[in-house]
Design a protein around this ligand. Structure first.
Ligand code: HEC
Length: 251
């Protein structure tokens, strides 16, 4: 397809003579062979060009370029795939379409295009890691009243979270009272978003990576902040733990 486009351009050039360089110059994107060989670029670039009319041409890492994709930790991380996180860097001055490509590739549509590339039915690329997963500091000084409301809104779909619905707790999902009775309940709540089944449907601002493009949340996602989690922790810390050890009383 790229070859076709190239020969078409040559034909146009031959027919009409040289066109003004600024209008026709391809954006030069430097990329190492290891990345080019995955076939990703041949998949992604025509899709960008089709939409924008802007051509992007791959050049060797040491060639003169407008943009560079590197696996060094410089530039903006744009995707991750086989064994490396790839970042996009501006290396040249002033190609007006370079910014356009950079914006597209680092945006939602570019990422979706990258992550939809498959070899033999397997996606090779994923979104770049957002940040190191933060360890939430133990903190029980959140707003417990807010925590009660948030527990109901965010967790109450599956967990029994208040006394009021405690008696109707017949599900297999542990109630907050049962969880509160566990010696390490604090650790479990602090990291609940990393414990199954929550990662598939939970987004904590600035902590969890986005859902993989090919595996969106199967249910309406739980979306929250670390402050929300602090409030929930404050609420749970004040709950009376379920008495797990009590034998059944017979009268
Ligand atoms: C869609 C249903 C669902 C929602 C919503 C949900 N949970 Fe859970 N949660 C579960 C299930 C199911 C388990 C039991 C998992 C198991 O036993 O392996 C669980 C287990 C837990 C555990 C114990 C995890 C462990 O491995 O020790 C904690 C803590 C927890 N949930 C906290 C929360 C909090 C806090 C919220 C709300 C912000 C929440 N959950 C929202 C379904 C849900």
């Amino acid at each position: 397809m790229r070859r076709l486009a190239a020969s078409f351009c040559l034909a146009v050039l031959a027919a009409f003579g040289p066109v003004p360089a600024t209008a026709q110059d391809a954006v030069r994107l430097a990329a190492p062979q290891s990345l080019v060989q995955t076939g990703l670029m041949e998949y992604v670039l025509p899709r960008f060009s089709l939409k924008t009319g802007v051509r992007v041409e791959i050049v060797a890492p040491d060639a003169k370029a407008d943009l560079a994709l590197t696996n060094q930790s410089a530039g903006t991380p744009v995707f991750r795939g086989p064994g490396a996180t790839w970042s996009l860097m501006r290396v040249g001055e002033g190609h007006e379409d370079a910014a356009r490509f950079a914006e597209w590739l680092s945006g939602e549509i570019g990422l979706r295009t990258v992550t939809s590339y498959e070899v033999d039915g397997t996606a090779l690329f994923t979104p770049p890691p957002v940040k190191e997963q933060k360890v939430v500091e133990a903190s029980f000084d959140g707003d417990a009243v807010l925590g009660r409301k948030l527990s109901g809104d965010l967790c109450g779909r599956c967990h029994t979270v208040t006394e009021d619905d405690r008696m109707s707790d017949i599900g297999s999902t542990p109630s907050f009272f049962v969880l509160r009775a566990m010696p390490d309940w604090g650790r479990r709540f602090q990291s609940f978003y990393a414990l199954n089944p929550h990662p598939a449907f939970t987004q904590v601002d600035e902590v969890t990576p986005p859902f993989p493009m090919d595996r969106p949340s199967p249910i309406i996602p739980v979306e929250m902040t670390l402050d929300d989690l602090d409030a929930i922790l404050a609420y749970v810390s004040a709950l009376t733990p379920a008495d797990l050890g009590a034998p059944i009383q017979h009268q």
